[in-house]
Design a protein around this ligand. Sequence first.
Ligand code: NAD
Length: 499
Amino acid sequence: MSMITAETKPQANSVDPKGMLIDGKWVDAKSGARIAVENPAKRTTIAEVPRGAAADVDAAVEAAAKAFPGWSKVPPRERGRALLRIADQLEARAEEVARTIALETGNALRTQARGEAKMTADIFRYFGGLGSELKGETIPLGEHVLSYTRREPLGVVGAIIPWNAPVMLGALKIAPALCAGNVMVMKAAEDAPLGVLLMAEICQEFLPAGVLNVLTGLGEECGGPLANHPKIRKLSFTGSTEVGKIVMRAAAERVVPVSLELGGKSPSIVYPDADEDWAVDGIIAAMRFTRQSQSCTAGSRMFLHEDIFDSFLGKLEKKTTALKIGDPLDEKTDIGTIINNKQFTKVCKYVDEGLKRSDAKLVFGGLPPKTGPLSEGYYAIPTVFADRSNDWRLAREEIFGPVLVAIRWSDEAEAIRMANDSHYGLAAYVWTHDIGSGLRTAHAIESGWVQVNQGLGQVPGMSYGGYKQSGMGREFSLEGMLDSFTQRKNVTVNLEVRR
Ligand code: NAD
């Protein structure tokens, strides 16, 4: 995100978003202010979107509140049908969605953006089939009593999302919330609003006005009023732990339920029997190098057994440096760009700190080139440091860039202790042929999601979410929809009333 100046007017290869979606209409911010959206591969402005603020949040929340009584009474299977139609349309327009994602996020089209567009359709399809699962229970209190529970929607959901997989993460809130009968006001991330607006346009074809409202704007200025709006009955946030705490405080003020999908610093534990190509491929996938590691689940702390430390790193270097960094829209590109200058500068600072640290050894990578084609965009280079310590900043803080720290271990208990020595607890990866070691370690790790011998992405149906400061609540599954987007009501009827 950057502010509009005379030099940053939209250029060729630009997109023309229609505005924010409020009450079924495409509107500008009431102030008329706009935000420039940048193509991080070229550092050029590709679009402008409204700079929504408190007055726009009010209008969107009012529209949603007006739509709620109608939408919540649509039979769940009908609501599901609308989501299924959205899924079909998202699939039909998947290439357009993918190209928009690649253009604004810098995520490579072939390795990332197409997968995200497909997953977005899958998410709508998954939740579209769950309408009939919004079941309650009956409680056996005796023949003279009928006691049952209903799963009721909460009302207007305020959703705030980040830029790293914007469309998929938006779908993960829209689809379960709407299936359960809620209505939504979503704020897209200022750095990547275009794909989300395109998804909203597709959704709007199949939804009554006001059921889904999408705002664009800055964090504190637009997300703040949304988190604090008195008519919001549920907050659903994906983003950094720091902002998650602000959202949680706003929720606490009004005792509003909140789900938080936050940051991570996920460990990969590699056993000595896994010094093989498949494990190296898995580590590259788990580290999300082909998404510039801008992933909350990136396995960015690698605990390597001392017996294989050097040979494994050698294989990792060979395979990682063979990946092609370049224009996200080029079919040959494996790795695209960092999202913006702020993140790029932050990643470079971490790399610089690693280079200056005397105990750490640079295995490969380093600072980005200052000249040549890669200097035209925010291109970072996959970088690996080897160190004995799990205590330095690079091993503890979420870098959100392609910087991996490799740490030696010899004793399993010590590896698990180091893996758990983090305030995060989102994902983890274990690599071994020994099923006993794999499962023992998976159970001992304090993370919401542990994969053994694979480093894949989430799949709808998994109850995905964080332990510790990586978040609370689950949204990716049937249980996630029920827990995060419904509230239970008990109705108890005395059947013995006499006239
Ligand atoms: P961020 O927290 O800076 O911003 C996320 C969203 O919050 C944006 O829309 C932003 O505008 C908004 N925001 C910022 N300040 C706000 C405020 N004061 N009040 C209300 N809203 C505000 O995060 P980011 O940089 O966009 O995304 C990267 C972070 O997201 C990383 O920490 C990553 O781990 C996390 N993330 C987590 C998951 C998960 O599933 N756990 C998924 C993706 C990203």
